[in-house]
Design a protein around this ligand. Structure first.
Ligand code: ADP
Ligand code: MG
Length: 326
């Protein structure tokens, strides 16, 4: 990779959690029903994501690691209706430019063998046949080995793994029909059942105490929101950070202060000062009423009718708490 490419990579791949995010999104896009994430150390040592998705043929795999290649947009019309999580076609290339990456993949369709591609600093070092079931494993070693400045920005291993844990948790909770597991230094952090039941996914991610006290929300409020659904915690099951407020718009995770504040507002004085509930809450809204392209990493949105969204969420959560006798 050229220096310019390496610098550009630093903008997309900020830390090990960004790698995990992109790889898990690709696995979800690939229709996986099982996704296994493994992290060693602070994540720069090794991150591996294994899935049982559609996989790639050898020619597809070679193309996939090149810049600006995506299998997800065929023409300009597709841009308006993009349903998959990734559509920029730069993640894999960018990650491979700043690490030693091995892609092992076998297409679900067709009867070709699996392909193993070894890439070092963006250069393809080896392509050979391998054995594996249909699906894809991407292993990223020595992240930022050729961008030492980026490496210095990283925090302690526990902090970096915390970022990974929260990212994988959010995907696991948004996709209860996919079995998602996470392991750190060989020890399992959580594994969701993947049976479609959000409660089971919450049990795996949050543990029994939190999960059992969660309250179901399912409402069709007046205003711009078509549906508000998910779970919120009992006012006594709280944390001192907002990080456990997992909010989604049309099934996609967003970090959004409007949704977070509306949710907290619903608890009124029942919440102690500086305490925040747990929540896994999805709002359904017509795509034209929300701008999802505010932030390059796509975790921010802007609502056309912000006040309407705010009221809808507060009302939905407030009603759920009332119904639960709170
Ligand atoms: P994007 O997701 O934006 O298309 P990426 O760089 O993340 O771009 O991936 C490039 C291409 O590689 C994808 O479009 C897809 O065809 C292929 N690909 C990446 N990861 C996987 C995977 N886990 N399973 C199947 N195909 C994959
Ligand atoms: Mg992608």
């Amino acid at each position: 990779a050229t220096t310019v490419e390496r610098i550009a990579a630093g903008e997309v791949v900020e830390r090990p959690a960004s790698v995990v995010k992109e790889l898990v999104e690709n696995s979800l896009d690939a229709d996986a029903s099982r996704i296994e994430v493994e992290v060693d150390g602070d994540g720069t040592e090794r991150v591996a994501v294994r899935d049982d998705g559609v996989g790639m043929t050898r020619p597809d795999a070679k193309v996939a690691v090149r810049q600006h290649t995506t299998s997800k947009i065929r023409d300009a019309d597709d841009l308006a209706s993009v349903a998959t999580l990734g559509f920029r076609g730069e993640a894999l290339h960018t990650i491979a430019a700043v690490s030693k990456t091995t892609v092992t993949t076998r297409a679900r369709e067709g009867d070709g063998p699996a392909t193993e591609l070894r890439i070092e600093g963006g250069d393809v070092e080896a392509v050979r046949s391998a054995g594996r079931a249909p699906g894809t494993t991407i292993e990223v070693r020595d992240l930022f080995y050729n961008t030492p400045a980026r490496r210095e920005f990283l925090s302690a291993a526990s902090t970096e793994f915390g970022h990974v844990n929260r990212a994988v948790s959010r995907y696991a909770l948004a996709n209860p029909d996919v079995a998602v597991s996470l392991a750190h230094d060989g020890t399992e952090t959580f594994a969701t059942p993947g049976d479609g039941d959000l409660r089971g996914a919450m049990l795996a991610v949050y543990g029994r105490d939190v999960a059992e006290a969660m309250i179901r929300v399912d409402a069709t409020p007046d205003g711009p929101l078509e549906r508000v659904s998910g779970y919120v915690s009992h006012p006594e099951t709280t944390r001192s950070t907002r990080e456990y407020l997992a909010t989604y718009v049309n099934g996609r995770y967003v970090s959004d202060s409007v949704l977070r504040e509306a949710l907290v507002e619903a608890y009124g004085t029942q919440l102690a000062a500086d305490r925040f509930p747990f929540a896994v809450l999805d709002v359904e809204i017509p795509p034209e009423a929300v701008d999802a392209n505010v932030h390059p990493r796509k975790m921010a949105v802007r609502f056309e009718d912000e006040a309407g969204v705010r009221e809808g969420v507060t009302e939905a959560v407030h009603d759920a708490l009332l119904e639960a006798g709170l």
